[in-house]
Design a protein around this ligand. Structure first.
Ligand code: ASP
Length: 315
């Protein structure tokens, strides 16, 4: 029998707008929620569970928390609705699942997982994705379930500041503070997985979809290289295929994961004018968390260790 290897999980709860001068209003709760997500994923991995189940479990806890822009507590669109995106991927066989623009699925990451497990597709969107999720037996909720007063106020502020230009809000995400959530893990069998879930950007319009449900942009996992989950201005992450590019630099460019992530986030992304960060794990188990923003909610946990949680870039 192959020797049990060490497991490790890393998560993020969004980048952008987090500075020491303006820490998140709910800093204590955010730190506690990140630690809880790590411990939940850690329990799955410690029990011999798969990386894919661990990243899913971590993301579910953060979707259920009102302190992140995913599931309950997601940001509002310009129409005053919540439209959620999520994706998940396995590093062993490259199977992936994603949903985009859904309004009634309680935990979008579970719908993404159902797409992976039970459909021949990768990405389902809108009403069709909701029908699929209901058919798969997932919890469906009224749209009000996702609403928090704080996010509503955030929309009101964005509306007040937005200009006549219809897409200005996308170019300059306002109040983009406690964002998207994501997780990457390596299990004791040596398999990698990644998952990401979001409400997107405050005041988004026209059915805008970001990078989070796009395999290769916001999420990627391949045992041959690494697992990546991203957060930031999705348009830039899509254009650079950020998650896949990092893995490709590791696999084909023979870079270390740290060098690949820095090249893409501090180099290519910053050069285009994009902001954000990634958490990533390579097959050897080393964790990398890189951002070009003043902060990113993030943390990691390895077998036998304590949860490590950080918010600020220089922490
Ligand atoms: N990347 C997400 C999007 O563009 C937003 C975020 O990371 O907070 O939809």
């Amino acid at each position: 029998m192959a020797a049990e290897r060490d497991w490790v999980v890393a998560i993020h709860g969004g980048a952008g707008g987090i500075t020491r001068d303006a820490p998140p209003t709910h800093e204590v709760q955010v730190r506690a929620a990140l630690a809880h997500a790590l411990l939940t994923a850690g329990a799955v991995l410690d029990g011999g569970g798969e990386a894919i189940d661990a990243v899913q479990a971590a993301v579910v806890t953060m979707e259920d928390s009102p302190y992140f822009n995913a599931g309950r507590g997601a940001v509002f669109t310009a129409d005053g609705t919540n439209e959620l995106d999520a994706s998940i991927m396995r590093g062993d066989d490259l199977r992936a699942g994603a949903v985009a623009g859904v309004r009634r699925i309680k935990n979008p990451i579970l719908a993404a997982r159902a797409v992976l497990d039970t459909s021949p597709h990768v990405l389902l969107a809108g009403v069709g994705a909701e029908q699929f999720a209901a058919h798969a037996g997932l919890s469906m909720v009224e749209p009000e379930y996702f609403r928090t007063e704080e996010r509503w106020q955030q929309l009101e502020r964005a509306r007040a500041k937005s200009t006549e230009l219809p897409l200005a809000a996308l170019a300059n995400p306002i109040d983009h503070k406690y964002g998207t959530v994501g997780a990457v893990a390596l299990d004791a069998k040596g398999n990698l997985a990644a998952a990401t879930s979001t409400g997107g950007l405050t005041n988004k319009r026209f059915g805008r979809i970001g990078d989070s449900p796009i395999i290769g942009a916001g999420t990627y996992a391949d045992n041959a290289s690494c697992a990546v989950s991203a957060t930031g201005q999705g348009e830039y992450f899509i254009r650079l295929a950020v998650a896949r590019t990092i893995c490709a630099e590791v696999e084909f460019g023979r870079k270390s994961l740290a060098d690949a992530a820095k090249d893409v986030i501090e180099g290519r992304l910053a050069m285009l004018g994009g902001e954000g960060g990634v958490v990533a794990i390579e097959a050897s188990g080393s964790v990398v968390m890189v951002m070009n923003t003043p902060g990113m909610n993030r943390g990691s946990l390895a077998r036998g260790g304590e949860p490590m949680v950080k918010l600020f870039a220089d922490e």
